[in-house]
Write a protein that binds this ligand. Sequence first.
Ligand code: NAP
Length: 487
Amino acid sequence: MSSISEAGVVTSVDKELFIGGKWLPAADGKTFPVLDPSTGEALCEVADASPADGVSALDAAVAAQADWANVAPRERGEILRRAYELLIKRADELALLMTLEMGKPLAESKGEITYAAEFFRWFAEEAVRIDGGYAVAPNGTGRFLVTKQPVGPCLLITPWNFPMAMGTRKIGPAVAAGCTMVIKPAAQTPLSMLALAAILAEAGLPEGVLNVLTTSDSGGVMEPLIRDGRARKLSFTGSTGVGRKLLEQCADKVLRTSMELGGNAPFLVFEDADLDAAVEGAMTAKMRNIGEACTAANRFYVQRGIVDEFSRRLTERMEALPMGRGTEEGVVVGPLIDEAAVEKVSGLVSDATERGARVLTGGSTVDGPGNFYQATVLTDVPKDARLASEEIFGPVAPITPFDSEDEAIAAANDTEFGLVSYVYTSDLKRALRVSERLEAGMIGLNQGLVSNPAAPFGGIKQSGLGREGGTVGIDEFLETKYIAVAL
Ligand code: NAP
C-alpha cells in the first residue's frame, strides 16, 4: 500500500464541478456530504450542481463537439493510453479513495482500478479501427460509401457500485469515437469520478470534452438535459426502475440510448460439475463487491444429488470470510452502501425464512457503526420468496434444489431480467445446450466472473439495451452515414 493517508487521499481530490476544463463551485455555492459507509461519517463535501450548472456543462460539451470530432483518431487513442498509464501508476491511492467512499475491500478496489484502466487501454486501440465501406450498387451504376461519425454530445449516468469502471466503460468509447460528454456519477460515490476527470485532463483531454456534474438532485439536473435536445445520446448504468423512467424521457427528443440495468443472475450447478470449481465460482459470483454487483449470483439452483454437499461447502467458505472496514488488512466483507441497503437485504431474508427457507449461516445485521450485513447462506428457498425475483444486492446466497435440466432452465429464465447466468457442468453437450437456452446476454460457463473490457457486456429482457466493451462497444457512440455516389 502506498504511504498516502486516508485524509490525504480525500484532500487531494478536487471537489468542484468540472465544466469546460475548469473546476467550478456550484453556481449557488451549495455542497453535499460524501459518507464513509463503514463508519457513517462524512469524508468531505462536494459541489452540489443545480439545473443551471447542468445547462452550463451541456453548453461546454456542445461547444467542444465539432473540434473534438476533428481530432485525429490516433490522438484520441493516445490520450486514453496516457490516462490508462496514470490510472495504473496511481492505483493504490485511487483504490483507497474508492474504498473510503464505497466500502469495498482495498484489494477489490485495486482490482476495479485495473479493470477500469483496461477500458481506456482497449478503447485507445479501438479509436484507430473505426471502419467504413465502399461498394458497388446492385444495379452497377452507383456506389455506396459508408462511414461512421460520432453520435455527438452524450449524457452519461453511472451507479455507485463500481464508481470508476462504470465511468471508464462509457468515457473510453465516447472519447475514442469523438463524442463530448456530461457525466453524472452517483451522489454516494462522486470522488472516484472527480479523480478520474483530473487524470483525463492531465492526459491531455481538451477542455469541454468531459464535464462532470456531482449533485444531490440527479433527476432535477439530468431531466432538463435529456429533454434539451442538444445531447444526442444517453448512456445509463443503474437500476431497471430508473432506466425505464429515463427511456421515457429520451423518447421526447429520440435520443440514442444504452441501458445497462439490473440483474437477477441464476447460478446452475449440475451433478456432473467439478464441485470445487463450482464452489469457488459461487464465491466469486456471489461475493465480488460484497454482492453489490449487477452480475451477482442472485439464485443458486443445485441438482438434488449434490445440493447438501454444495451447501455445506459454500456455508463453510462464507462463514470464514472476515468482515470489517474495507481498509483493514484481510477484510473480504465490507459494509453495504447505506442503511437502506441493509434494511432491504434484511427484509428479503426475513421474507424468505417466513416462507420456509432455512438459514445455514448469517442472516443478521451487525451492530453499527457502519452498514454491515452478515455473509448468509439460505437453503430450501421457495419459488415465491421475494429474493427469487428481486435483486438482493448483498452477501446472501439462496439455494434451491432442482431435479431435471428442464426444471433448472425454466426456473433460471423465470425472471424479467436477463443480464448473466452461470452454469457449472462437465458435460460439453449439456454446457452448450443449456447456454443456448438461458435467456441472458452473458453466460459464465464454469466460471464465476464474466466482466472483461474486450468482451461485449450487456443484458437482454429488462436488463438493458446495447453492449459495453468489446469490438461493439464503440458502435454505441457512432452513427453510420451512407453516401450515395452517382458516377
Ligand atoms: P440507481 O438508483 O438506478 O442509480 C444509478 C444512477 O442513476 C445514479 O447516478 C443515480 O444518481 C442516477 N439516478 C437516479 N435517479 C435518477 C433520475 N431520476 N434521473 C437521472 N439519474 C438518476 O442505481 P444504483 O442503486 O446506483 O445502482 C445499482 C443498480 O445498478 C442495480 O440495479 C445494478 O444491477 C445496476 N447496475 C447495472 C450494471 C450493468 O452493467 N448492467 C452495472 C452496475 C450496476 P443518484 O444515486 O445520485 O440519485
